[in-house]
Ligand binder design. Structure first.
Ligand code: UDP
Ligand code: MG
Length: 315
């Protein structure tokens, strides 16, 4: 029998978990011919999340869990899920039931037809503000313009991945992760299915705009070096303008014999160029920071426990 692992990153989800477990259990009991593993990654929750998971595991042997030593963020929780998943395929799902489990049979159907990555694309996003919808739309646009790899629109992490995608993703061990672009980068046969995204069932969203902006910057810089080229694009016309202006000033001096008093222009120019320089250094710093983080070569996460077994960090 084929095994499917449902990976659920959870951070302070004590209010959602009872709903989630009930709905997933009902669904997977109704699917025959497949074995399921429900793998929770407890991302350093400060509430009763891990206690609940352990309780479920006592009753239901299909449940596994990885317990992080602290909060590492959803992206890292996802790679930990891939590391510990035992299935022939995995499905990523949020803990707040924004990703309806009822889509799973359709995902499995396409997987059996030979697709490696069956991703759920949102038709609508209920319960999200206009600003969030707008910014996420703009973000996709920018990301797509900057890269050669096709990015899936209106798609989150809710998807089924075949084992070969899982193994491929496990090879990408950079510390600043952007799963969205990694799913695109690995390629393989992709298939979209469509759904309406529900509002979260309980509890609070863990995202704020600061986190989202960080994720967006990570996404762009981890995926492409083309922002480095932006600096070139800005620099070329700037230097041409500078050159033309210089010729103009010299020529005017020669023709009229008047030394132009251009202190205002000078101030403007200084501001302009220092502005550009700051921008360019910012971009360089961005990549430098990434190199710094990657060269530290730390493990992506540390765990306290995997399925009741204490981690000692000994090899
Ligand atoms: N999450 C996590 N670690 C974090 C933040 C979030 O594992 O640091 C999980 C969270 O428990 C949920 C999923 O990631 O299962 C999506 O989070 P959330 O619903 O808060 O994000 P939103 O749906 O609002 O984008
Ligand atoms: Mg959510």
């Amino acid at each position: 029998m084929k095994k499917i692992t449902i990976i659920i990153p959870a951070y302070n989800e004590q209010d959602s978990l009872p709903f989630l477990y009930e709905r997933i259990e009902k669904l997977i009991n109704s699917i025959e011919n497949y074995e399921f593993e429900i793998l929770f990654v407890n991302d350093g929750s400060k509430d009763k999340t891990i206690e609940l998971i352990k309780e479920y595991r006592k009753k239901d042997s299909r449940i596994s869990y990885v317990d992080f030593s602290r909060n590492f963020g959803k992206e890292i929780a996802m790679i930990a899920g891939l590391d510990y998943a035992k299935g022939d395929a995995v499905i990523f799902m949020d803990a707040d039931l924004q990703d309806p489990p009822e889509l799973i049979p359709e995902m499995i159907k396409y997987w059996e037809e030979g697709y490696d990555d069956v991703y759920a694309q949102r038709k609508s996003r209920k319960g999200e503000t206009f600003l969030k919808k707008f910014t996420s739309k703009m973000y996709y646009k920018v990301l797509q313009t900057l890269t050669n790899v096709e990015i899936q629109k209106d798609t989150g992490d809710f998807r089924l991945l075949d084992r070969r995608c899982v193994n491929a993703l496990k090879k990408l061990r950079e510390s600043q992760r952007c799963s969205k672009s990694m799913f695109s980068w690995i390629g393989y046969n992709k298939k979209a299915i469509f759904y309406d995204r529900d509002p979260r069932i309980a509890g609070q969203t863990k995202w704020n705009y600061r986190k989202l902006i960080n994720l967006a910057i990570d996404g762009i810089t981890s995926f492409t070096t083309s922002p480095l080229r932006i600096s070139t694009y800005i620099a070329i016309p700037t230097f041409m303008a500078l050159f033309i202006y210089f010729i103009y000033v010299i020529a005017k001096c020669i023709v009229t014999g008047v030394v132009i008093q251009a202190f205002q222009a000078t101030i403007l120019l200084i501001l302009f160029f220092s502005g550009i320089q700051i921008l360019l250094f910012g971009i360089v710093g961005e990549y430098l920071g990434r190199i710094f983080n990657e060269t530290k070569n730390r493990p992506l996460y540390l765990i306290k426990e995997y399925n009741d077994i204490k981690e000692t960090n000994e090899d």
